[in-house]
Design a protein around this ligand. Structure first.
Ligand SMILES: NC(=O)c1ccc[n+]([C@@H]2O[C@H](COP(=O)([O-])OP(=O)(O)OC[C@H]3O[C@@H](n4cnc5c(N)ncnc54)[C@H](OP(=O)(O)O)[C@@H]3O)[C@@H](O)[C@H]2O)c1
Length: 260
């Protein structure tokens, strides 16, 4: 799969840091020009853009809080004005509160759902318009918490379940426009966001319950996203590809056996 995305334009939300950055660099290495979206960390976004340009493709940085519909609209207005089209939209940006279900309040719900689920709906609607007449690829980034009850992850898990349902509806509605929509769901990936969670859940040794024998990396996720953006994945629609080294289909006992 070399340079398969040459001449394509990709927007990756939240691509200054973490998994988004790895996705942006991977798509760039496949030849795509990249729009790097960020919210709070401009320096990180500028660094990602610089690294993308070093690969030999174009990069543009756009600040927008995707949880705010007016700001997301401004981002798409800028893309429409500057480029007039879009080929790939990766809905990666996410935020959320880590509380037990009984502690969740309206503010937690709105904050998390607006950034993780509503933004995917509104941004996909705008992205699809920019893909009209040429087709495109939309990939959302989810997590195992959409179907596994992970400690203190309820709010984000619910938002990811909504994102996955939206992925399926979009896949069907946008299929006639030649737009492929899928989701990639990862288990715990060591990024800044998750370090505190791994420490907090000290009792849960993620490595120990991962049959593949190592943690998932941002690059593991990026590789699958890039595949879904390629023509080889044309017939994959509305699916969730799990990248977890086998974690979600094992049990602590079988994982223990693997270690023996
Ligand atoms: N890390 C994991 O273990 C893991 C596992 C499964 C799935 N995921 C998913 O993978 C994706 C990336 O996760 P990550 O661990 O790389 O997260 P991260 O390190 O916390 O990065 C989050 C990214 O999203 C951006 N962002 C946050 N709120 C935003 C907003 N309102 N508008 C625009 N951008 C916003 C941040 O931009 P700024 O820094 O500029 O604010 C940052 O680039 C998320 O969808 C996450 O749910 C992560």
């Amino acid at each position: 799969m070399s340079q398969s995305l040459q001449g394509k334009l990709a927007l990756v939300t939240g691509s200054g840091r973490g998994i988004g950055r790895a996705i942006a660099l991977k798509l760039a290495s496949e030849g795509a020009d990249i729009i790097v979206n960020f919210f709070r960390h401009r320096e990180a976004a500028e660094k990602t853009a610089k690294d993308i340009e070093a690969i030999g493709v174009k990069a543009e940085v756009i600040r927008a809080n995707v949880g705010d519909p007016a700001k997301a609209d401004e981002m798409f207005d800028a893309i429409a004005h500057n480029f007039g089209h879009l080929d790939i939209f990766i809905n990666n940006a996410a935020s959320g509160v880590w509380h037990s279900v009984t502690e969740l309040d309206v503010k937690d719900w709105e904050w998390t759902m607006n950034i993780n689920a509503r933004a995917f709906l509104l941004c996909s609607q705008r992205a699809a318009k920019l893909m009209e007449g040429r087709g495109g690829k939309i990939v959302s980034i989810s997590s195992l918490g959409s179907f596994l009850a992970l400690p203190t992850y309820a709010m984000i898990g619910v938002s990811k379940a909504a994102l996955e349902a939206l992925t399926r509806y979009l896949a069907i509605e946008l299929a006639p426009k030649n737009i492929c929509v899928n989701t990639v769901a990862a288990s715990t990936v060591e990024t800044e966001a998750i370090k505190f969670y791994i420490e907090e859940q000290g009792g849960l040794n993620i490595l120990q319950i991962t049959p593949a024998g190592r943690m998932v990396t941002p690059e593991d996720v990026a590789n699958v996203v890039a595949f879904l953006c390629s023509e080889e994945a044309f017939m994959i629609r509305g699916q969730k590809i799990i990248v977890d080294g086998g974690m979600s289909i094992t049990t602590p006992r079988s994982a223990e056996k693997e270690q023996d």
